[in-house]
Design a protein around this ligand. Structure first.
Ligand code: SF4
Length: 413
């Protein structure tokens, strides 16, 4: 079976106890959208994101009140048993906030800085140096996060001018990509000159166009061995954001590029911020890089399924697995690898069900009202009656107990 390209070699970075890069699996990150100065709201959202599976959470640190809140947020989270590393997102005045708020500098597990707005003209170098010296002082890694929405204008102008007189000029888009990459690499080089180790540096080069993102990361990955954070910036809302992010990140991950990812979805008003975590997990799991939740394969339905029985059962099973997972993770090691199939009729139902650990093929329109169940490729039962869903859920529970619980231990003894 075809698989991903060999993972690009990168220098591992320890972010508050979570390894990013090196031999570590691809890490899922997220970011809050609360006012960090609002301690209650930020603690609540960080906890939600962490419990959804975010392994690192980034928070905005934009002013004194936010910086002052950070150590309290960290403390409250620890009291709640949430030990997720917090990353501070700094723009314009990060050097000042980290200098004036040592408890904030200490509480954060990583600093994210944007070389496009660290400072301007003469102040840029001194403020960048201050930030790196603070990272050294507090022994924290730094993500140098370039974003094409806030690209270093001086650098871009210089490269555009050089390109204009070049014998083989590049397209404007290619020059812009080169500016993004150079901004990241030159900043990383400068950070190393100041004394920051390669194992303390991560890079990201985010753009909002899928093809540009793929091109810029392919180039960046070939030119350095820093750990890379992937994300399609401003991906958008709903299915658009999910598809665009998955297309871009999926291709890069398949090529072995990327050590940590974030899906930058815009939530619907009042929407669930944890969706970005679930999408990141599903992307990694779908591509076979990591396992977070049991997989439910369900057919889309067609004219052979005129009732909603199988849709209801597929959702019922998926919800049951999701809500049971926190407990199952403790009781059934490895249960994340479970695969379940819920299929709508005889056409693909038995075949797909045989590929899953446990699968059910519901009767389509005109078929006899019986639902064969397959376990590890073998037909083991035929369910009938109005409580097929409950019967099948019980069979799933029995299977999990046998395969991942004490049944498995008994068999091993
Ligand atoms: S398995 Fe049956 S119901 Fe489901 S999509 Fe295929 S033909 Fe339609």
């Amino acid at each position: 079976m075809a698989g991903p390209a060999q993972r690009r070699r990168s220098v591992g970075v320890n972010v508050g106890g979570v390894m990013v890069g090196g031999d570590a699996p691809v890490v899922v990150q997220s970011m809050t959208n609360t006012d960090t100065a609002d301690i209650e709201a930020t603690v609540r959202q960080v906890a939600q994101l962490a419990r959804a599976g975010s392994e690192i959470v980034r928070i905005t640190v934009d002013r004194d009140e936010s910086a002052a809140a950070v150590p309290h947020i960290r403390e409250r989270l620890l009291q709640m048993g949430v030990d997720v590393p917090l990353v501070g997102d700094f723009h314009y005045i990060g050097h000042k906030l980290l200098t004036d708020h040592p408890a904030c500098a200490e509480a954060l597990a990583k600093y994210r800085i944007n070389p496009g707005n660290v400072g301007f003209k003469a102040k840029r170098d001194t403020q960048f140096t201050t930030l790196i010296e603070l990272a050294l002082k507090y022994d924290k890694p730094v993500r140098i996060g370039v974003n094409w929405g806030s690209l270093d204008e001086e650098l871009l102008t210089r490269l555009m001018d050089e390109n204009a007189v070049s014998r083989t000029p590049l397209s404007a888009a290619a020059v812009q990509r080169e500016a993004i990459i150079q901004s990241a690499l030159l900043s990383a080089q400068r950070a190393e000159e100041i004394g920051l180790g390669r194992d303390k540096i991560l890079l990201s080069t985010k753009v909002s166009d899928v093809q540009h993102l793929i091109a810029v990361y392919q180039d960046l990955a070939a030119r350095c061995d820093y750990a890379l954070h992937l994300g399609l910036t401003e991906a958008g809302m709903g299915s658009k954001g999910i598809v665009a992010s998955s297309a871009a990140l999926g291709i890069l991950l398949q090529q072995g590029i990327g050590d940590t990812i974030r899906i930058s979805l815009t939530p619907e008003p009042g929407g669930d911020r944890t969706t970005e975590v679930k999408v990141a997990q599903e992307l990694l799991q779908t591509m076979g890089f990591r396992q977070f939740l049991p997989v439910v394969a369900a057919c889309p339905g067609c004219g052979r399924t005129t009732s909603t029985t199988f849709q209801t059962l597929a959702k019922d099973i998926q919800d049951h697995l999701n809500t049971s997972m926190p407990e199952w993770r403790e009781r059934y090691p490895g249960v994340e690898a479970l695969s379940v199939a819920v299929m709508g009729c005889i056409v693909n139902g038995p075949g797909e069900s045989k590929h899953a650990n446990i699968g059910i093929s519901l009767p389509g329109t005109g078929e006899s009202p019986a639902a064969p169940v397959f376990v590890d490729g073998q037909k083991v039962a035929t369910l009938r009656g109005p409580d097929v869903a409950d019967q099948f859920k019980q069979m799933v529970a029995d299977y999990i107990e046998k395969k991942f619980g004490s049944g498995r231990r008994d068999a091993a003894e």
